[in-house]
Write a protein that binds this ligand. Structure first.
Ligand code: XUL
Ligand code: CO
Length: 444
């Protein structure tokens, strides 16, 4: 009997079976060209290195609407009128998709999985009902939860912020949602819990006490951490930086801002950073820069690998296809010893014009192939090229002698001045940037 890849009553993607690996010569759009899940790269399989996740919201909830037009995509799991029946259908479609694609993880917001009810208690019940079903589906398919999160930006009550809202009553509602989302994450064995502060920022300084709002955000995160730990959450809490959109100024602007915030409020360690490629672009940084800042701080938690568009200034949430960029990212990830308990989540959506049901498979396959290839290239660069040694060599004057004493804090400023006088004008040493850039192309 053919293996069945759907778990509910209905098949939502008929005609699509488990996505096979066929290699780069294949022209089958529904096959992997590079992602071969059990292939070893070094001592780990591609699946273990890359820890791919599908996001629930863009994949099963977004339907192509933009600020100028209504939905363009019609999904069979939305047919039911009753929101709870639609949520059950969406869950079944999601697990069919995860299984056919062969991804190990997924991520969700509370409101993607279950509709908001008329009261806090009803919202909690709705979520608990869907979580019980998701638990069954996880057990049946082996798909796991990379992270859970709460949507603290969609409802009108959050228009002035969630944890940073000037009205305490709104802060209590944000807390109720995070509490329930943490309960759900723990029930589903989630390995991380994410905070993306979409509305944790402000539009005008004239009406905003930014100091108080930042203190409130830190207090809120401490309470969430303490509650999470009290119910047995042993995973990592993650903050996902983004400089703008929807808030004009967000308190979690970029990785270094978040790292400073976490250290200032004593949250680093329990909390790490979820770097989104796209948000790096909006902050005027490269994806690799953001990853490197987190690696340097020991705070790289996980990745949203979707890209933006360098030609415009909004969040396009596209699937990654730029190999050069992905290689750069994987060089940093490998330097950090891999993704640890994080993963590569595609917080991405197909374009408004991509209206066929197979487009969501094609998009996800493309993103996974991009990172599979980037992993291989980055691994070979680290193994076979002299890139890492040549980078280290630029700093060799600190490895011994007075440079080493400086690093150890054993020289004062006057001693440095005397060394400058004795040594005379330093030789000009080339940074060799073009050589470093050429190495990536050589290995692609
Ligand atoms: C928004 C964004 C979010 C977070 C989760 O730009 O990236 O979807 O990943 O709330
Ligand atoms: Co994201």
């Amino acid at each position: 009997m053919a293996q069945q890849y759907f778990v509910g009553d209905k098949e939502y993607f008929p005609g699509i079976a488990r996505i096979p690996f066929e290699g780069r010569e294949s022209d089958n759009p529904l096959a992997f060209k590079f992602y071969e899940r059990d292939r070893l790269v070094g001592d780990r399989t591609m699946k273990q290195h890359l820890r791919f996740a599908v996001c629930y919201w863009h994949t099963f909830c977004a339907k192509g609407a933009d600020p100028f037009g209504v939905d363009t995509q019609v999904f069979p799991w939305d047919a039911a009128h009753d929101p709870m029946a639609a949520a059950r259908a969406r869950l079944d479609a999601a697990f069919e998709f995860f299984t056919k694609l062969g991804v190990p993880y997924y991520c969700f917001h509370d409101r993607d999985m279950a509709p908001e009810g008329g009261s806090v208690a009803e919202s909690e019940r709705n979520l608990a009902t869907l979580v019980a079903l998701a638990k069954e589906r996880q057990q049946a398919t082996g798909v796991k939860l990379l992270w859970g999160t709460a949507n603290l930006f969609g409802h009108p009550r959050y228009m002035n912020g969630a944890a940073t809202n000037p009205d305490f009553a709104v802060v209590t509602h944000a807390a109720a949602q995070v509490k329930a989302a943490l309960d759900a994450t723990v029930a589903l064995g989630g390995e991380n819990y994410v905070f993306w502060g979409g509305r944790e920022g402000y539009a005008s300084l004239l009406n905003t006490d930014t100091r108080r709002e930042q203190d409130h955000l830190a207090r809120f995160l401490q309470l969430a951490r303490d509650y999470g730990r009290s119910i047995g959450f042993t995973g990592t809490f993650l903050i996902e930086p983004k400089p703008m959109e929807p808030s004009k100024h967000q308190y979690d602007f970029d990785a270094q801002t978040v790292i400073g915030f976490l250290r200032h409020y004593g949250l680093a360690g329990d909390f790490k950073v979820n770097v989104e490629a796209n948000h790096a672009t909006l902050a005027g940084h490269s994806f690799a820069h953001e990853l490197q800042m987190c690696t340097d701080a020991g705070l790289l938690g996980s990745i949203d690998a979707n890209r933006g568009d360098p030609q415009n200034g909004w969040d396009t949430d596209q699937f990654p296809t730029d190999l050069y960029d992905a290689v750069h990212a994987m060089l940093v990830v490998l330097q950090d010893g891999g993704l640890h308990s994080g993963g590569l989540n595609f917080d991405a959506k197909v374009r408004r014009e991509s209206v066929d049901l197979d487009d969501i498979f094609i998009a996800q396959i493309g993103g996974m192939d991009t990172f599979a290839r980037a992993l291989e290239v980055a691994f070979r660069i680290r193994e076979s090229s002299t890139l890492t040694q040549r980078k280290q060599q630029r700093y060799s004057s600190f490895d011994s002698g007075d440079g080493a004493l400086f690093e150890q804090g054993k020289l004062d400023l006057a001693a440095l001045r005397n060394l400058a006088e004795q040594g005379g004008e330093p030789a000009h040493r080339s940074g060799k940037q073009e050589w470093f850039e050429n190495v990536i192309n050589q290995y692609l």
